[in-house]
Write a protein that binds this ligand. Structure first.
Ligand code: G
Ligand code: G
Ligand code: MN
Ligand code: NA
Length: 252
């Protein structure tokens, strides 16, 4: 379709942009950011990733997009470090299709080498969609990533049916609570109990917990009280261009 052609061209022309959403710790310190791709088409205007990412996954363009986002994110966080901001890490979303691709680990390794970035500054976010892949292959790839020194986070945690078994089988460093947990947290007492239990369980497994989709002070307070380690959401900062991230980092 026409949109697919436009996306191909956008990838070719490097017309995609990487925005970053800041993440904060309990002390309200800016300590990380999630890379989120943006496509502003000259004719159709901004097209949300929820629309074009599934399309790109279908036609394979996600491989090039993923490579572009990974490279840009590593380069940008290295730029922060060059400017003396050494404690802001970056998280990049990985699509299942990238896992199916050959040499994913080598590609990540190469990007880290080319950008001269310490692997510990990079987190790869995976989703429960990886359930469709061979579990042994997935574990092997994740183990290799961890050997490089890259961190692994499971994104949108808690909604898929297999969440709990992943905590046991997949090597990882952190869980990002699905946004729906945050949304229902303040209105639903049961939800708060569940989120509290999930956080306790994650901590017992020595995993960091990131709260996502925080839009109100009340949601923030609930997540703090339940022991969440890191915080992300529109209340704290919207996805923004790298120039704005530099400004935010310089403010603190
Ligand atoms: O940026 P926004 O919150 O609108 O993103 C919508 C969806 O697109 C989210 O599920 C997010 O994880 C996904 N997404 C954004 N950027 C990337 C990317 O670079 N790679 C992949 N695979 N998914 C992305
Ligand atoms: O699936 P993933 O967690 O990667 O999705 C990230 C998406 O969530 C991005 O598209 C981002 O714009 C969106 N997002 C980030 N913070 C908030 C928030 O506070 N509220 C809502 N509704 N969406 C958010
Ligand atoms: Mn994510
Ligand atoms: Na998420």
């Amino acid at each position: 379709c026409a949109l697919t052609n436009d996306l191909s061209r956008a990838v070719e022309d490097k017309a995609l942009e990487v925005y970053y959403q800041p993440q904060f710790n309990m002390q309200k310190k800016f300590i990380g950011m999630e890379a989120l791709v943006r496509w502003n088409d000259p004719i159709n205007g901004p097209i949300p990733p929820a629309e074009f990412i599934p399309m790109a996954e279908e036609n394979g363009l996600i491989l090039e997009i993923g490579q572009f986002v990974l490279e840009t994110a590593c380069r940008d966080v290295k730029e922060l470090m060059n400017r003396g901001i050494t404690d802001v890490k970056v998280a990049v979303n990985l699509s299942v299709r990238q896992f199916e691709e050959n040499h994913l680990v080598e590609k990540v390794k190469k990007i880290l080498e080319v950008t001269n970035l310490a692997p510990s500054m990079l987190t790869l976010e995976i989703t429960e969609n990886i359930a469709i892949l061979d579990i042994a292959d997935t574990i092997s790839i994740l183990e290799q990533m961890k050997s490089l020194g890259v961190q692994i986070a499971i994104d949108d945690f808690g909604t898929g049916y297999s969440s709990l078994s992943y905590l046991r089988t997949l090597p990882m460093d952190s869980v990002k609570l699905d946004r729906s947990f945050t949304t229902d947290l303040t209105a639903d007492k049961k939800q708060a109990t569940i989120v509290g239990a999930v956080i306790m369980m994650a901590h017992a497994l020595e995993l960091q917990v990131v709260g996502e989709g925080i839009e109100t002070n009340e949601q923030m307070r609930f997540l703090e009280e339940l022991g969440c380690d890191e915080f992300q959401g529109f209340l704290l900062g919207r996805p923004m261009p790298f120039a704005d991230i530099l400004e935010l980092a310089n403010q603190q």
